[in-house]
Design a protein around this ligand. Structure first.
Ligand SMILES: *Cc1c(COP(=O)(O)O)cnc(C)c1O
Length: 497
């Protein structure tokens, strides 16, 4: 690779960095996101991709974006990430049910799609640190409302040169989520419950990030903070891989012909997953429509239908909690792009979002959204999708995936578009057992959680994943609880500073 890919901030055209620097920094100055200066073209023919493993495909895609990583570095990161932590050698298998293929992105350590990126991010990060002559250990500091914390813990556990500290609201996560986190193994992991809510945890973490005295103190002790946030380019790039992989496998199995288009349906929250599909399309992958599925927090549906993004609305708790989001951070990368890669225009809109909670794009920008289709599913429609797909095929999908399935049905009815489609299946039904089982039949609601797990196994004939078995029996390894004001102290104590 001789052409270096640089990354530029969506809020400041002057700020340009290499790929490894973008991974290391996470966020650009004044809240900007790093985007590749141009989207590279996929340079391997589909016939060749069709015979590649997931790991080989990952290399072909990621090398185009992470140009300052050597072949050996990148291949090592990939091998360490996509290994036996996944319960299938295919890593991301395709399963056909009715007239659509489900791309199962939940075979990693925490049985949800965040594992696809968080299993490789630690390796990309630590490699970036070494390349940029950072000798400090990297300390990942995260506040979590549940899912991201566990996926980050699983990704960073035992990764040399890193430590990870996760703060969660003690009474603000589900019992299963809490059990998943406090049973985390690995000497470099540290999980702390706080007597406060998620916002307080988040604020505490942000304060530590911006405290320069603390940064100096840590530096003297050989540490520096970093973040595993979903806007890190090191999380976005690995997500492009599975769309390329899925297309090639669709061709290999004869589901589509080489060159034929494939639609993609994505249950969306922060807009990271569907943005990866958009990037794949821009690389030349024959993707037709990008179907953006929302739950009742339908801020993106409204955006695609009106051109106005407006977060001023009631926040609704749904059965697809990972999509309960009113600010889709990664949408900024699309906004920047349809503004003609114009950082000033993007900044103006983001300032409006900050000040008024809303912005409206121009007609010219809207015209560039033609490949997107947005819709949403109500709670009843989501449950109905689970029940009907199970009834007709025996296949059981989780609540997030069901939002996508319900939206896809609406799309087909509205458009009669018969292009073959892939639905991104973002979580194992075992992660949301109660919602899934009661969608199938209300009678299950009276049963305790682990009984439902066994019922789900007998209905779906899919074995209970190790991640669930683990929390039945695993010992609690983390029992630190602290006040909001003590977060910094707790961090220092763990690091021995
Ligand atoms: C995070 C998450 C999503 C949303 O993905 P985004 O990239 O934030 O749009 C959907 N489903 C599940 C299960 C998730 O964990």
């Amino acid at each position: 690779m001789d052409i270096a890919m640089l990354y530029v901030s969506t809020r400041n055209a002057e700020e340009k960095v290499t790929a490894s620097q973008a991974v290391l920094k996470g966020l650009a100055r004044n809240g900007g996101l790093f985007v590749p200066e141009q989207i590279p073209t996929l340079d391997v023919p589909v016939e060749k991709l069709a015979d590649m493993t997931y790991q080989e495909t990952a290399y072909e895609v990621m090398k185009l974006f992470l140009t300052d990583y050597t072949e050996e570095e990148l291949k090592t990161c990939i091998e360490k990430a996509y290994d036996e932590k996944f319960d299938t050698a295919e890593i991301a298998p395709l399963v056909k049910a009715q007239d659509v293929s489900y791309l199962e992105l939940f075979h990693g350590a925490t049985i949800a799609f965040k594992d696809m990126a968080l299993s490789i991010l630690p390796h990309l990060l630590i490699t970036a640190a070494r390349k940029n002559e950072v000798t400090n250990d990297i300390v990942i500091l995260t506040a979590t409302s549940g899912d991201t914390g566990k996926a980050a813990l699983a990704g960073f556990a035992e990764v040399e040169g890193t430590k990870i500290i996760v703060f969660y609201p003690k009474d603000g996560v589900s019992p299963i989520q809490q059990k998943q986190m406090v049973t985390q193994k690995g000497d470099n992991t540290f999980v702390v419950g706080i007597n406060g809510n998620f916002d307080q945890a988040q604020t505490g973490v942000k304060q530590m990030f911006s405290d320069s005295a603390l940064a100096q103190e840590l530096d003297r002790a050989g540490y520096q903070f970093s973040s595993a946030n979903s806007i890190n380019i090191g999380r976005l790039v690995p997500q492009i891989v599975y769309y390329v992989y899925a297309y090639a496998k669709m061709v290999k199995t004869g589901e589509i012909k080489n060159g034929e288009r494939m639609n993609v349906v994505v249950p969306t929250g922060n807009f990271g997953n569907i943005l990866a599909a958009f990037y794949a399309k821009n690389m030349g992958l024959p993707i037709g429509k990008l179907i953006c599925a929302s739950n009742e927090n339908k801020v993106l549906y409204d955006f695609f239908t009106t051109g106005t993004y407006d977060k001023n609305r009631e926040f609704i708790l749904t059965s697809s909690p990972s999509m309960d989001i009113l600010i889709s951070s990664n949408l900024e990368r699309l906004i920047y792009r349809i503004a003609g890669d114009n950082a000033d225009k993007n900044l103006e809109l983001m300032n409006s979002l900050q000040e008024h909670g809303a912005y409206t794009i121009t007609e010219e920008m809207r015209e560039q959204l033609a490949s997107f289709y947005g819709n949403y599913a109500s709670e009843a429609e989501t449950a109905a999708a689970i029940r009907e797909i199970y009834g007709q095929t025996g296949y059981i999908i989780d609540t997030h995936t069901a939002v996508a399935a319900a939206v896809y049905r609406k799309y087909r009815e509205e458009t009669n578009d018969t292009t073959k489609a892939v639905i991104a299946s973002t979580a194992s039904p075992y992660k949301f057992t109660r919602s899934v089982m009661t969608a199938i039949d209300q009678k299950y609601d009276s049963k305790p959680d682990f009984e439902l797990v066994d019922e789900l196994e007998s209905l779906s004939k899919v074995r209970v994943p190790q991640a669930i078995e683990d929390i039945r029996t695993a010992p609690v390894l983390h029992n630190t609880i602290c006040e909001v004001e003590e977060m910094e102290q707790v961090v220092k104590k763990f690091l021995g500073v």
